[in-house]
Design a protein around this ligand. Structure first.
Ligand code: 7TS
Length: 423
């Protein structure tokens, strides 16, 4: 990825065998075809939410127009159709993640709820006074706060593996910080604030040598790389629909059945029971035990369409394209005087965080927006990362399969103009 001059990267174009044609892909995304303040929209906030292709929108509309009904409850035709469609997506997700069993796939609201489910339920069963949970210094708040809540409840301790100046995890530290009291290692796969890709397979090997399970926050990895939970050998894996070109309000928790079977329910209600009396309730088997109440059926169906779309393009080709964009943008933006890149890990994906000396990121974001460029500014729900790099906030561009080199040029030009305005 690195080592190529901006021009040479550009000259190579998109046509290399491993690459994709973003212009063709853009035709599938209706939201991309609009102007913002008289400029074509350049959408570079994909790490927050990626846009949805028409096929996802169609799948959701089709469901509401033709097949709408509740799942798992009716003998009537529509309920069966809805249930079949919902359960088909569970099989799709099993295949996407290469899980051993579809009972290991739980539908949730998103990554945040997936992690809260594990924190609450695994925490209830397996974490006690004096125990430790190990996270890293580059976690999203969704992989910090749920563990703090468990620690508070159980009298356990949260420990944090440090990162270096590049934003790479100190693996040796991780190894020494696992003690006989460690009950779980929870680590982000790809950092949303830095773009660092963590070696989660290696981390799982280290943790498993001490019989410690590993949770992977895959919110940023599923859109950018092939995931094989059996090869990674992680115990839990969480991701969100809206970052993989799907709808909001839906996500996935994968868990090894050996853990999920022993964990108590997260929420009580309909769909998760076998038998209820006022004296005693017995619970349904996996996965229903963890899916209380009417789920986000339309969201799950939309997620299925999104995964189908991503797989048809090929996530490996998407990643190759995004790596080229990232490399080009890194060189281009890095050459702008006053710009400091935050997060320069050797293994990076999708995200370019930066600050400009003397200018607040919010001002950068506001000015580039006037040129139609949507980037994110702030702490990216990773305040400890900001503190680690001694900045209050960063500006962040994040890439998706439909972004182009021309858009990178527009973005870098807009940043230059913002700097001119404030200097
Ligand atoms: N983990 C990571 C690594 C994330 O990037 C995010 C969302 C979450 C967890 C939470 O996901 P949710 O779908 O449950 O909200 N990240 C971002 C972001 O970078 N900008 O907006 C949301």
């Amino acid at each position: 990825m690195t080592g190529l001059g901006a021009e040479s990267i550009r000259d190579e174009g998109y046509q290399a065998p491993a690459s994709i044609d973003p212009m063709a892909i853009r035709a599938d995304f209706p939201t991309l075809h609009q102007e913002v303040y008289g400029h074509p929209l350049v959408y570079l906030d994909n790490a927050a939410s990626a846009q949805t292709p028409q096929s996802v929108i169609d799948a959701i509309v089709r469901f509401y127009q033709n097949d709408y009904s509740n799942v798992h409850r009716g003998v009537h035709r529509l309920s069966q159709v809805a249930t079949d469609a919902y359960e088909a997506v569970r099989r799709d997700v099993k295949q996407l993640l290469n899980a051993a069993d579809e009972r290991e796939i739980i539908f949730t609201k998103g990554t945040t709820e997936s992690i809260n489910l594990v924190a609450s339920s695994f925490g209830e069963r397996f974490i006690g006074e004096g125990d430790e949970i190990l996270i890293t210094a580059m976690e999203h708040h969704a992989n910090i706060v749920p563990w703090q809540l468990v620690c508070e409840r159980k009298g356990a301790r949260l420990r944090v593996v440090p990162i270096d100046e590049r934003g790479e995890l100190l693996l040796d530290e991780l190894e020494t910080m696992i003690t006989p009291r460690t009950k779980l290692v929870a680590v982000v796969h790809i950092s949303n604030a830095l773009g660092t890709v963590n070696p989660v397979k290696r981390i799982a090997e280290i943790a498993h040598r001490r019989d410690v399970p590993v949770l992977v926050d895959g919110a940023q990895s599923v859109p950018h790389q092939r995931i094989d939970v059996q090869e990674l050998d992680c115990d839990f894996f969480a991701f969100s629909g809206h970052k993989v070109y799907g709808p909001t309000g839906v996500g996935v928790l994968y868990g090894k059945s050996r853990w999920l079977e022993e964990m108590p329910p997260y929420q009580g209600g309909g769909d998760m029971i076998l038998k209820v009396t006022f004296e005693r309730t017995t619970f349904a088997d996996l996965p229903n035990k963890f899916e209380a109440g009417t789920p986000n059926i339309a969201g799950v169906i939309g997620l299925g369409a999104a995964l189908e779309y991503l797989q048809a393009i090929g996530v490996g080709r998407v990643r190759a394209h995004e790596d080229r964009l990232l490399s080009y943008a890194t060189e281009s933006l890095g050459a702008v005087p006053g710009v400091r890149l935050i997060g320069t890990a050797r293994e990076k994906a999708g995200v370019l965080s930066f600050v400009v000396s003397g200018i607040h990121p919010h001002d950068i974001g506001t000015i580039v927006d006037r040129y139609g460029v949507a980037i994110r500014v702030g702490h990216h729900c990773a305040q400890p990362v900001m503190r680690r790099f001694d900045v209050a906030a960063t500006a962040r561009a994040s890439f998706a399969m439909y972004n182009t080199f021309d858009e990178v040029d527009v973005f870098v030009d807009a940043v230059r103009k913002a700097i001119e305005v404030f200097s």
